[in-house]
Design a protein. Structure first.
Length: 273
């Protein structure tokens, strides 16, 4: 029987954050649209995660997709440090990979949902301590039962918590004191990337954090993922749009197509002397 522990109330401030150098990347990178993507196939990513010491200082993995890159390029926002300090940056989007291929880059694709599934299926062992931020308790309990996990810690912050200093402090405290080998931040982008970066800066946390969005919902059946054929055809976005048009219409029909102009502008910039 897996034990599920919730975070305890915490109202203290985290104190001033101190910069921490990002951990060394596990492999070479490929620069595309100003993002340094990890140039590793799935098997090598699994090996890098598996072989990293359990008590090593906290590092985290991000999985940028079209939505992430459009957001970063549109506002030139303060989200950049959250991505540039990641231990691994895995391409979540087959559309990005196809755009990269047109410009002469071979960009490995490892969607966040596939990454999450591979971690639970191939890397995580029953006795590893797991911390999860986000998700409903019943889904977390189902995940623990499904994979025979014996030590799972769970904290579910309120919606929009990233704008509340006290709630951010609670989440940082939870991840720091959980001392988990693997942490899954499932609170949506960019909240999860901001949180991971602040945990890194705060210092004291261990293990690897995965910014996984809705991946846990797909894994536990809370949400349905697009059929495999649509995934291979780079049409997962269309499936999600059809499943919830009110939520996704703007992301996929208005903001997402900006990536083509962004990619062209980036490519022209590279060709300038």
């Amino acid at each position: 029987m897996a034990s599920i522990s919730a975070t305890r109330p915490f109202a203290d401030a985290t104190g001033p954050s101190r910069p921490a150098p990002p951990p060394l990347a596990p492999s070479p990178t490929i620069a595309f649209i100003d993002v340094d993507f990890t140039a590793s196939e799935a098997r090598l990513v699994e090996d890098a995660v598996r072989n990293r010491p359990a008590d090593a200082a906290f590092a985290y993995v991000v999985t940028p997709n079209v939505d992430h890159l459009v957001r970063l390029q549109r506002s030139r926002s303060d989200l950049w440090p959250a991505y540039r300090n990641a231990w691994m940056t895995l391409c979540d989007s087959r559309i990005l990979a196809r755009l990269a291929r047109r410009q002469g880059f071979s960009l490995p694709v490892f969607p966040g949902s596939d990454l999450t599934a591979s971690m639970f299926d191939n890397v995580i062992r029953p006795h590893d301590r797991i911390a999860i931020v986000g998700g409903e308790p019943r889904a977390v309990e189902a995940l623990a039962r499904r994979h025979g996990l014996r030590d799972v810690r769970h904290h579910n912050p309120p919606m929009g918590f990233i704008h509340n200093d006290v709630e951010v402090a609670r989440a940082i405290h939870f991840l720091t004191h959980a001392r988990a080998r693997y942490s899954f931040l499932a609170v949506g982008s960019p909240q999860q990337e901001i949180l991971a970066y602040r945990v890194l800066r705060a210092g004291g946390a261990t293990g690897i954090g995965f910014c996984v969005g809705a991946s846990l919902d797909f894994l536990t059946g809370v949400q349905d993922r697009a059929p495999a054929l649509m995934q291979r055809m780079a049409l997962e976005w269309l499936y999600r749009l059809g499943s919830n048009p009110r939520r996704f219409w703007r992301r996929y029909l208005v903001e997402g197509p900006e990536i083509f102009q962004i990619a062209r502008a980036w490519h022209r910039g590279r060709l300038r002397p």
